[in-house]
Design a protein around this ligand. Structure first.
Ligand code: CTP
Length: 404
């Protein structure tokens, strides 16, 4: 699978907080996502976590001592400020935020902030009272006004045992936001808003039973992830219980009717719609208000009625539509027919009877059909890589519709 941060340099600033141990996981996740990570630390951070740990993960010596003379650069903070694609400060203590807001550069984290040319993300971690203090809030407002983005803090249990706003955002979510921020800065979908649907809809027969299908939502969630990584604002309308990219706006739905309602609400603000959801074609005409007891009926016949065709019913001037064709036979002919019937710009055809492609697996093998009769047969790919190939085709259509 292509690493989403490959070729990117991220400077990670660690300041003094009990949550500093979590920055080790952040570092590891960034490295696993392909980034080159350089760590800068305050002296206070070294009381909580050793530089050696970061060195082991990144392969680079962290910068701590302002007066150190070793290393290739006479002014490492300036070199880091030039080479970074992103500066993530996690955890950021109240005093680190204050120093950065006021341009005081007396430790490596605040010094690097002053020399930074790349976007800055700050993930605070502190006691709730310290976060709520007007001094901190004023500093945060000052930095926000200068374009600094804050990740959290989130509500939860704090080191003091109290519950409140002050917890460091979870490392996985933080890395998702870092990826999306890089996407918005350098990605080809920056400035676009895309709705993605995912998962199989569940059509209730009674409060405990539903008619569903084998879709797990993996393809739709991978598309949302890839689109966030390329800088799009994503609204993910999903029936799946899978992790969603933290940077996406997530709307949970169950039924086709709810999915339609969400589409009607969100698509008007979007330039593109990617319908990866496996929408149930039929739903029980009636959903019983109480559980159907086993002893109650010898036979239970469900009367099914047809759901609306969601993608065909969503019409908006300039909207680019990408549909999927889940087929078990005559894949290309059926997909070409659906491209027209659904008024789609691209149709992603996949043979859902194949073992390594389609439902519930991490790979897919698709053919992309377009309105000009083009037919692009892709090899077996991870769903994330497959998503990028689909977005490679969507990006020029979006650029073209923006020009029109
Ligand atoms: N779709 C939709 N609304 C439906 C059914 C499907 O919007 N009620 C969308 C799917 O999300 C997909 C595309 O239409 O992007 C094709 O879905 P598919 O299940 O392959 O086709 P169907 O329209 O259900 O046709 P058929 O049952 O004949 O294969």
């Amino acid at each position: 699978m292509t690493a989403p941060l490959s070729g990117r340099t991220i400077v990670l600033g660690v300041s003094g907080s009990i949550a500093a141990y979590k920055s080790v996981e952040v570092t590891s996740r960034l490295v696993q996502a392909g980034a080159e990570v350089e760590v800068v630390m305050t002296e206070a951070a070294t009381k909580f976590i050793g530089p050696l740990t970061f060195r082991g993960i990144t392969g680079h010596e962290p910068f701590v001592d302002l007066w150190a003379t070793a290393g290739p650069h006479a002014e490492p903070h300036v070199a880091l400020g030039r080479s970074a694609d992103l500066y993530l400060i996690a955890p950021a203590s109240a005093s680190t935020i204050a120093r950065i807001a006021h341009g005081i550069a007396d430790d490596f984290v605040s010094l690097t902030a002053l020399a930074m040319r790349a976007p800055v993300l700050i993930a605070p971690a502190m006691d709730a009272q310290m976060w709520a203090n007007p001094a901190t809030q004023d500093n945060v407002a000052l930095l926000r006004a200068r374009g600094v983005e804050f990740l959290g803090p989130v509500e939860g249990r704090l080191a003091s045992g109290e519950v409140g706003a002050g917890r460091l955002m979870e490392p996985a979510a933080m890395v998702d936001h870092a990826r999306a921020r890089i996407g918005r800065e350098y990605g080809d979908l920056a400035g676009t808003r895309i709705a993605v649907t995912a998962g199989g809809t569940r059509e209730p027969a009674d409060p405990v039973r539903f008619i569903g299908n084998r879709s797990t939502g993996k393809m739709g969630h991978a598309l949302a992830e890839a689109a966030c990584d390329r800088g799009a604002e994503v609204v993910l309308i999903t029936s799946a219980e899978l992790a969603a990219p933290a940077a996406a706006e997530v709307v949970h739905v169950e039924t086709a009717e709810q999915m339609l309602g969400a589409l009607q609400q969100h698509v008007p603000g979007c330039e593109a719609l990617i319908m990866a959801a496996a929408v149930a074609d039929y739903r029980p005409a009636e959903s019983l208000p109480h559980k159907q007891k086993r002893g109650g009926l010898e036979h239970w016949s469900l009367d099914l009625e047809r759901n609306p065709d969601l993608i065909a019913s969503i019409q908006r001037e300039g909207l680019i539509k990408v549909a999927f064709a889940a087929e078990t036979d005559d894949v290309l002919r059926n997909a070409a027919h659906k491209l027209v019937a659904k008024d789609a710009h691209l149709m992603i055809a996949n043979d859902v009877s194949a073992k390594d492609a389609g439902f519930a697996v991490d790979t897919n093998r698709v053919v992309i059909l377009d309105r000009d009769g083009g037919c692009d047969e892709l090899p077996l790919l991870s769903k994330y890589d497959c998503s990028h190939r689909i977005l490679d085709r969507l990006a020029p259509l979006l650029a073209h519709s923006a020009d029109a």
